[in-house]
Design a protein around this ligand. Structure first.
Ligand SMILES: [Ca+2]
Ligand SMILES: [Ca+2]
Length: 165
């Protein structure tokens, strides 16, 4: 178990290092925090970026934290439509992706990792259905934009966001 964790940790560091090197130029050109960094898109005063590389939910959240944000939280239909487009999803092609909802602390009580209020919900029919085995939220399951709880160890692309100051 300890070895598995160590390997996962090293993989995380490697991923972060690669992302870090790739974004260094972009970050240094964005001293002002009133616009989004290169590769990030603005919506409602937050910046969003889709990461297509499938990872575990925890690694995804850690990567988002590295960029000063969290996995995306959702609070309205407009942002849902925005994220459908950002992930390249259509009614015929669903790109199931991690977002920041979790219920591992208390089964059935979902919270957002960015600390915002969990009020808007967009579950696919008969979801959530995973009980204690599925404690992490994905978008684009069932229909585009709809949510499904998933095993946090599964590998999916993910969406990070951070708030503009
Ligand atoms: Ca659960
Ligand atoms: Ca499920």
């Amino acid at each position: 178990m300890a070895m598995v964790s160590a390997v996962a940790y090293r993989q995380t560091l490697t991923i972060l290092l690669v992302i870090s090197v790739g974004n260094k130029a972009a970050a240094s050109n964005n001293q002002c925090k009133d616009s989004c960094m290169t590769h990030w898109e603005e919506k409602y005063n937050s910046c969003y970026r889709f990461f297509p590389e499938p990872t575990t939910w925890r690694t995804a959240e850690d990567t988002c934290i590295f960029f000063g944000g969290n996995l995306a939280s959702l609070h309205n239909e407009e942002t849902t439509h925005f994220l459908i487009r950002l992930t390249g999803s259509t009614s015929n092609k669903l790109v199931r992706s991690w977002i920041g909802g979790k219920d591992m602390e208390k089964e059935g009580t979902f919270v957002w990792t960015d600390g915002t209020h969990f009020s808007y919900e967009n579950w696919a029919p008969s979801k959530p259905d995973g009980k204690e085995n599925e404690n992490c939220l994905t978008i684009n399951s069932g229909e585009a934009g709809q949510w499904n709880d998933a095993d946090c160890a599964k590998l999916f692309p993910y969406i990070c966001s951070y708030k503009l100051l």
